[in-house]
Design a protein around this ligand. Sequence first.
Ligand code: NAP
Length: 262
Amino acid sequence: MVNIDLTGKRALIMGVTNRRSLGWSIAAKLHAAGAELAFSYQGDRLKGEVEKLTKDIPSARLYQVDVTQQDQLKALFADLAEAWGTIDYLVHAIAFAPREAMDGRYIETTRDDWVTALEISAYSLVAVAGEAEPLLAEDGAMVTLTYYAAEKVVPKYNVMGVAKSALEASVRYLAYDLGEKGVRINAISAGPVKTVAARSIPGFMKMYKRVAAVSPLKHQVDQTDVGNLGLFLLSPMSGGITGETIYVDSGFNVMGMDLGDD
Ligand code: NAP
């Protein structure tokens, strides 16, 4: 039996709304493995919920950070530099696109909605990595969350699919830059999981049911599956893996065209 022991390691998780959040599912595994944790959440609105979630993690550090605000990112990493000195692991679990940009045709995406979605869902990873770089330990690792629509058209996912493509390409370029120091970065491509962000995607429940019907494993993945993969990709167990998109989706991405029964 191999145990992953991360005692003495320090991890920052960015993007937690509630206990269904994929960021939280990875945080829970890191905590169980013994890592010390810090969390960032977007707005004051979430403060109470995140405090409640982390009440059994006494050493947890909490920060309010909007990733579009570079000064807030700078303040976050300045504080962690003082408190921790170095960061071993970083989880980026943040995405946003205006609802109207996911409810029609991609061709109708406005300039403002396109820029907003790409800034929050893809550029934020670059901004975070840049600010974190001086603090990242030599065998440090980062993960971000992506989705199948980065590679193939998923109707309605629209600009978020394009943002996820940019995110996955950024993972490869960041892997090249950070690799010089021994730091790894990978993307987890998760099948549909019921979270606040997912439920705001038009047609999400249809997609959720479809995965269970046609994927090789015939069931959806859940927060535990994502948490386990996150733990693996951050830990030394995955020491030879960087710049990759790794799927946890019950095998859905291996399917070709499926026309269904009728
Ligand atoms: P979630 O719990 O809603 O997490 C998304 C987080 O992004 C929220 O905490 C949200 O804060 C935060 N966020 C949005 N704009 C931000 C900003 N400007 N600054 C800082 N934080 C911001 O949903 P989730 O499903 O766990 O999403 C986490 C990641 O997994 C996302 O990248 C998502 O695309 C990805 N993913 C999800 C699924 C799925 O089926 N659930 C599948 C594949 C990939 P607010 O709550 O304040 O908006």
